[in-house]
Every structure is written in C-alpha cells, then in structure tokens.
Write a protein that binds this ligand. Structure first.
Ligand SMILES: [Mn+2]
Length: 349
C-alpha cells in the first residue's frame, strides 16, 4: 500500500500572510491533490506542525485548512492521520490543549495522535510519535531506543540539516534510532537523509531560509518501505544578481507574487539600474528587496592595520584604507556614531 507523507503544513504561517496562503493553495490544488488522485492514494500521514501558531488561530486560517485539507479528505473518503508537532501546542512541556485535536478531533476521516500509537498498515508496523517534551520524554526516548519497522515523528536530532548550510546542535542522536528500519520526521523544514532517517522538509517554502532546497511530499510504499518524492515546482523566494552587464531582457523568470532579493554587485549607470528595477516591478513581485554589496569594505581589500591607538582611530584608519569613491568623511561620522551608541548600550538588554 502507498501512503502519502506530508511535511509540516504550517497553516496560518507568518501571521496568516495572504501571499504565503496563495502559494500554499497552489501546492494543494495543483500538486498535492492531483497526485493523490492520480496515484489512487487513500491514506495520508501529516508529520506535525499542522498549524503555525502555538496560541492563536485566525478564522480565515480555520476556513483555509478546511478547504485545502479537511474537505478534500472527506470528499474522497480517505484517511488522514495527524501527529502533534511543537507548533501545535500552547505549552512548552505538555501536549495538552493542542490545536489539531481541538480543530480536527471531531472531523470524520481524521485521526489526531497525541500519544505514541502503533499501527499495522497492510502488514507494515508503523509507530506514530508526537513531539517529545518533558511530559512524554521518558516513554518516548525508551520507545525510540527499542526500535521497530517504521517510525514517524517530529524530532530534533543532533547533526541533521535544519536549513541549507545550518546543522542542528540539539536533540536526540542519530545513533538513538539505529534499531529502526526507517525513521521519517517533520520539524526541520529542509529535506535531508542520514543513515535510516529521512526528514520530509516542508511541502512549500515558508521563508527565505527555505529557498535553497527542494520542497514537496513523499509516498511511502509499505511493502519495501521505500520513499518516492513528489516535488512542488512552485518556489517564490527568488534571488537575482545585478552587475554592469545585467539587462532587463535577462529577466526571464516569472516573479508574480514572489519575494525577490536583488543583490547589487556593481552599479555604474544609475539609469540602467533603474530600468532593471522597473522591469522587475512590471512582473509584479509581492516584495522587492535591494541588497547593496559592500564588498569593497571586506578586510581582504584593506591593508593590515598594525599600529593602533584606540577603536575609534582603528575605524578611521580602516575607512581611510578602503578604495571607494564614497564620501569617507561621512562614512567615518556614521561609523563613529554607531560605535558611540554601542558603548552606551545597557548590557542587560
Ligand atoms: Mn515546523
């Protein structure tokens, strides 16, 4: 049997940002549900962080998750299992009063798991484990160590990838899970695989740090415990680079409703730069951030400063040494003001 494994859904993400909601909708309507129908899948397991906010639920978010998940599950009369994640709970040390149980608990076709539960699906033993906190730590840790066939949870695991380039320094050890054939986990929003552990990643991008990786959902085959990835092609955090050779016609991407960061490496002609900005704006991004490069201020581009008296002199000398056409007097003034301000910041803040 094939089971769809859906990562952290984070309904209501970023204070119910409507643009992010529109990208979530695109995933459910154009990727997820068509694939579920196409592959005749009748069982979905969502690995936690169903909702985004630990404490609040917007009425629009309530309606949105009904439209995207509850109704499609019920219309197809298929099964959806939801595990409690750390974003689903209002308390730090307890799973009490979690949001999925209150919202999805009374919906037909939905099962919410707030305790460790053993399932037998077509002869495959699947253990579902909610977020591990103080309240359930001993029981959870003992069950992890014990091992079994397939474990699905929402874990912090030391050494696993959290975001592109950033690894976790917290949680359980990879070696705690050695007695499992396969471990599938939500929590970190970037997908990664280490030994027998597969992090699902989120189905879609939710913030800038998600933009470097692949997103989508997984299909678990219970006969051989293999996982197939179905990619969501819709990314919407887009990085562009501008230099003196960049022309508006180079802009081929669809930027509508996207978050765009434009990194400016060089900008000799202000007029050409403005034309490029206009070309971006014509494509109607939701947000455009221009990031100016200060590469000329890198330590590599400045001679070693050996003799120094105090920090303010060092700042002045450093700026004197930079090869730039910018107004050095003005830069010095700003830097020294920041330095002054930093000296008077209360340590207790
Ligand atoms: Mn999450």
């Amino acid at each position: 049997m094939k089971i769809a494994i859906l990562g952290d859904t984070h309904f209501g993400a970023r204070n119910r940002n409507v643009v992010i909601e529109a990208w979530q909708r695109k995933f459910y309507e154009q990727v997820f549900w068509p694939a579920i129908d196409d592959k005749s899948i009748t069982h979905i397991i969502q690995v936690g962080d169903y909702f985004d906010s630990r404490k609040w639920l917007n009425i629009q978010t309530l309606a949105f998750q009904k439209e995207m998940m509850v109704k499609p599950v019920q219309d197809r009369d298929i099964r959806c299992d939801v595990i409690i994640g750390n974003h689903d709970i209002p308390f730090k040390h307890s799973l009490k009063n979690n949001s999925p149980n209150q919202i999805l608990g009374q919906e037909s076709n939905f099962n919410v798991y707030e305790t460790i539960t053993e399932l037998d699906i077509d002869g495959c033993e699947i253990t579902l484990m909610p977020w591990v906190c103080k309240e359930n730590y001993e029981e959870s840790f003992a069950r992890i160590k014990q091992g079994g066939e397939v474990l699905i949870g929402h874990y912090d695991i030391n050494g696993m990838l959290m975001f592109p380039g950033q690894y976790s320094r917290d949680g359980f050890e990879v070696s705690d899970y050695t007695k499992w054939e396969k471990v599938i986990s939500g929590h970190y929003h970037t997908q990664s695989e280490e030994v027998n552990i597969q992090y699902t990643g989120t189905p879609y991008e939710l913030m800038w740090s998600d933009s470097g990786g692949k997103h989508g959902f997984w299909i678990l085959d219970t006969t051989d415990k293999s996982l197939e990835f179905v990619q969501n092609p819709y990314g919407y955090h887009i990085k562009l680079i501008y230099d003196n050779n960049t022309k508006p016609k180079d802009l081929t991407q669809d930027l509508k409703n996207s978050y765009v960061k434009l990194y400016v490496k060089e900008k000799e002609s202000f007029e050409n730069f403005e034309k490029f900005i206009d070309a971006i704006n014509l494509k109607e991004p939701f947000e455009l951030k221009i990031v100016e490069s200060f590469e000329q201020f890198n330590a590599d581009n400045v001679d070693d400063i050996i003799e120094m008296t105090d920090t303010s002199d060092l700042i002045s000398e450093y700026i004197d040494d930079v090869a730039t056409d910018l107004n050095k007097k003005e830069i010095k003034k700003i830097m020294l003001e920041i330095f002054e301000e930093a000296q008077h910041i209360d340590d207790s803040i």
